[in-house]
Design a protein around this ligand. Structure first.
Ligand code: 9MR
Ligand code: 9MR
Length: 585
């Protein structure tokens, strides 16, 4: 939709005539700002000296301002101009006019609620093994796909009790991404991140409703949705020894066909130390969280804890059982060429699992193990590095107050200092950054899945920094990262499907591509700018922050994935919780 044309239709006087092509230079958050929020737009050019804000309903001028600064881009000759209209605080719709361009923006209470709800709802559409019904999914309804009740033991996973070719049942769970496979590492990471934020804002999640089949029970929708995948994960543990299969997959990626039309056999592959530890961490965490929801999930809390302890014990016996897909393909048939989620360093997974097991059980042995594997600095959470998830277990403000153990308190002290050191460094140049956000100001901010793993996860990290320090600057910068994701970026995309005025229409997503509906499934954060451009698609630019193309074939920049959705759930929910007028913190 062309908002500029609507604009010219509404407000005729004083503006360029309708139909005249005008520059596309204004970049701003296309979803909305809450009244007290800092509001900044960027003009993707130099030479803009002033801007005007009009009330969209009346056409009245609300603000005339001068541009604030002109900032050179760190990796190209491009310069940009920032415009601060923070003083516009009355809820309503507005037009921003600058340099011959116009853009719409909205001020309202809880602008991020729509993002948080859509991001959580996106997981429902990813559910395998059940029909996605019209009453919940509207036009995106579809029949069930991939029952996974007849899954073969791949030769790499064979052992004394389960032989190659034996059949197990491993139903439910979510499709990982644009593909149709189910991967333990990424599943656990995604749930771990969302459960971490649940612990910070349980009251927020208690009131959230996103119209899923379980919305009428007594459990928060977030936890209902996570349970759908947790229940699948439990089936991935070998009952004989407690080890966990790395993934459930077809040998090669399916074509772009409907889930119900898929014919390839599905396998569980080798048990890995990383998958088993991620499983242990997330089951221990779930055990602690779901204790309060026994009525809807009877017995789950105890079952999850048993599963977690057995998994941890298996990992201690197999610390080097890394998943090396190339090596497996040398040894076994059929070859498996789907996502590898390979990782040859399990120290961060050990730390996360031991931390969660200590949280849930209070056993001293897990505390000692957590201390032994604890990190020495803060790294943004990702599927490959879960040390931040381990830190989040310790850095829950409510829990910190209750910790009596000296060793535990000492650990918390150092973890807190690492996180705050990261946050301080991250925000230090944000005022002068080209897009006025800590995220996006460095070349290393871009790569496969960067918007979720780095952009949204940085915002969530800054929320922790704010909660731990009480310093507003961290919170301001978390909102700035969200502004970046929602439109204040070089390409002017709101990178979440279905939101904003310009969002991705052609994600690399088999479900969206095969459902016969023009609009993609909503609420999905795409991978984002990736100078690696590994898919060989023609990109409009080779600049790191412009290496993005809204094309279905572009799996390196335009796929969607549960870990990026989880990052969006975490950041947008936390920030929505904190921007409510009644928010205490
Ligand atoms: O669709 C696949 C996507 O989910 C993966 O992230 C990506 C990288 O592993 O691979 C995609 O599948 C492509 C395959 O790797 C190469 N042939 C084209 C496939 C996409 O149609
Ligand atoms: O998110 C993963 C990214 O870090 C890797 O660089 C990339 C290539 O191995 O794979 C990404 O994960 C994909 C997974 O392997 C298969 N499902 C789709 C995931 C998102 O692209």
């Amino acid at each position: 939709m062309n908002n500029k044309l609507i604009c010219f239709g509404i407000i005729a006087g004083g503006l360029a005539a309708c139909g005249q092509s005008n520059p596309d230079i204004i970049r701003l958050n296309q979803v909305g700002y809450f009244p007290q929020q800092e509001k900044v737009a960027v003009a993707d050019t130099v030479g803009v000296t002033e801007f005007t804000v009009l009330n969209a309903a009346t056409g009245a001028e609300v603000l005339k301002g001068s541009t604030q600064a002109t900032v050179p881009n760190p990796w190209s000759s491009k310069t940009r101009t920032t415009m601060d209209f923070s003083s516009v605080s009355e809820p309503g719709q507005y037009w921003l006019l600058a340099g011959g361009d116009t853009a719409v923006f909205e001020v309202k209470e809880r602008p991020l609620q729509v993002v948080a709800d859509a991001a959580l709802k996106s997981f429902y559409y990813q559910r395998t093994g059940m029909p996605i019904e019209e009453q919940y999914a509207g036009q995106w309804n579809r029949p069930a796909g991939h029952p996974d009740t007849q899954v073969q033991i791949h030769p790499s996973a064979a052992g004394p009790s389960r032989k190659a070719g034996d059949v197990i049942s491993s139903p439910k769970g979510w499709y990982d991404a644009g593909d149709y496979n189910k991967y333990i590492v990424n599943s656990a990471y995604s749930i771990g991140l969302m459960q971490a934020v649940y612990r910070l804002f349980p009251d927020y999640f208690a009131q959230q409703k996103v119209n899923i089949p379980e919305s009428n029970n007594a459990t928060p929708d977030l936890l209902d949705e996570l349970y759908y995948n947790l229940s699948w994960m439990l089936t991935m543990q070998d009952p004989a020894d407690g080890g966990v299969y790395h993934k459930l997959t077809t040998p090669s990626f399916e074509a772009f066909i409907k889930p119900a039309d898929c014919q390839q056999p599905r396998y569980v592959v080798q048990k890995s130390v990383t998958a088993t530890l991620d499983f242990a961490a997330v089951m221990a965490q779930a055990s602690q969280i779901y204790k309060a929801f026994q009525k809807d999930y009877p017995g789950f809390s105890a079952k999850a804890l048993r599963a977690a302890e057995r998994a941890y014990a298996w990992a201690e016996k197999h610390p080097e059982a890394y998943y090396d897909q190339d090596a497996l393909n040398q040894q076994y048939d059929p070859d498996v060429t789907t996502g590898a989620y390979g990782d040859k360093d399990a120290s961060d997974e050990f730390f996360w699992a031991a931390s969660e097991l200590y949280y849930t059980t209070g056993k001293q042995s897990y505390l000692i193990k957590a201390v032994k594997s604890s990190p020495r600095s803060y790294t943004l959470p990702s599927w490959a590095n879960t040390s931040a998830l381990g830190m989040f277990a310790w850095l829950v403000p409510e829990r910190e107050k209750q910790l009596k153990d000296v060793v535990a308190s000492g650990l918390v002290g150092s973890l807190k200092s690492y996180l705050l050191a990261y946050a301080t460094d991250a925000v230090k140049d944000a005022n002068e950054a080209a897009f006025h956000a800590p995220y996006g100001d460095s070349e290393s901010d871009f790569g496969w899945g960067c918007l979720g793993e780095q952009g949204a996860n940085q915002a969530t990290t800054l929320v922790y920094a704010y909660l731990l320090s009480g310093k507003n600057n961290y919170l301001t910068n978390a909102y700035r990262d969200m502004d970046y994701l929602l439109g204040r970026n070089p390409l002017g995309y709101c990178f979440v499907t279905g939101l904003g005025t310009k969002s991705p229409l052609h994600p690399h997503h088999r479900l969206s591509a095969t459902d016969g509906v023009d609009a993609p499934i909503p609420g999905l954060l795409v991978g984002g700018p990736n100078p690696g451009q590994q898919d060989g698609v023609a990109y409009p630019s080779s600049l790191p922050d412009e290496s993005y193309v809204d094309a279905e074939e572009s799996y390196a920049s335009n796929e969607i994935a549960i870990n990026w959705s989880a990052a969006l759930v975490a950041a947008s929910s936390a920030l929505d919780a904190l921007s409510q007028p009644s928010a205490e913190k």
